[in-house]
Write a protein that binds this ligand. Structure first.
Ligand code: GLN
Length: 201
């Protein structure tokens, strides 16, 4: 017996940052994408969520002001598969270790992942670099870091998927996958494929 699988629909947060590159990659992998720019965009059905890189403080403020913070938090808590990259990892983090944005009233975040994240963790001088490292279950994956955060502490239940120089740069917590780097900027499809395979449609 063959089972028909329909094309997954992915909602890509499109208020700021590098969302177009994710859309192009996901469409190439057979997904259709919708953009989340305002609360009513959440009325459309979708199967997964991408939180792109960019500036997490701006993104957090915008999704709060636009009325998307609580609805998105609820969907994630209910098990919506998420792929978060760079600033997206910061939006998901329960704690931020290094600056005033750890005060959730000053910098709203989704805070659905039990990790502590350090923003701009590689310093502003050494902001950008490229490497290839082992990623759990995927082998070696190219990784482009741009003013990236890393995970300082992962609570019980958070699986570490990759490290660079001993620092945690990729994690999974339930159906949330978050990486410090920018898989949408490299030609390798492995991270997006991992995410799409999480989605049952
Ligand atoms: N430094 C940015 C922040 O703190 C993240 C950078 C990125 O997404 N490339 O939000």
């Amino acid at each position: 017996m063959t089972s028909e699988r329909r094309q997954p629909t992915i909602a890509v947060l499109a208020v700021q940052g590098a969302f177009l590159e994710h859309e192009q990659r996901l469409e190439r992998l057979g997904c259709s994408c919708i953009e989340l720019r305002k609360a009513s965009d959440l009325d459309q059905p979708f199967d997964g969520l991408v939180l792109p890189g960019g500036e997490s403080t701006v993104q957090g403020k915008l999704i709060d002001e636009l009325g998307m913070l609580e609805p998105l938090r609820c969907l994630i808590m209910e098990g919506l598969p998420v792929l978060a990259t760079c600033a997206g990892l910061i939006l998901l983090a329960r704690e931020i270790s290094d600056d005033s944005t750890s005060d959730p009233t000053r910098s709203p975040r989704l805070a659905t992942m039990l990790v502590t994240v350090r923003r701009n963790a590689y310093g502003r001088q050494l902001g950008s670099f490229h490497t290839s490292q082992d990623f759990s279950g995927l082998g070696e994956v190219p990784m482009t870091f741009i003013r990236a955060p890393f995970v300082e502490q992962a609570e019980t239940g958070v699986e570490v998927l990759a490290r660079v120089d001993g620092r945690i740069v990729a994690v999974r917590f339930g159906s949330q996958i978050a990486v410090s780097f920018h898989p949408e900027l490299d030609s390798c499809d492995a991270i997006h494929t991992l995410f799409v395979n999480e989605i049952r449609v």
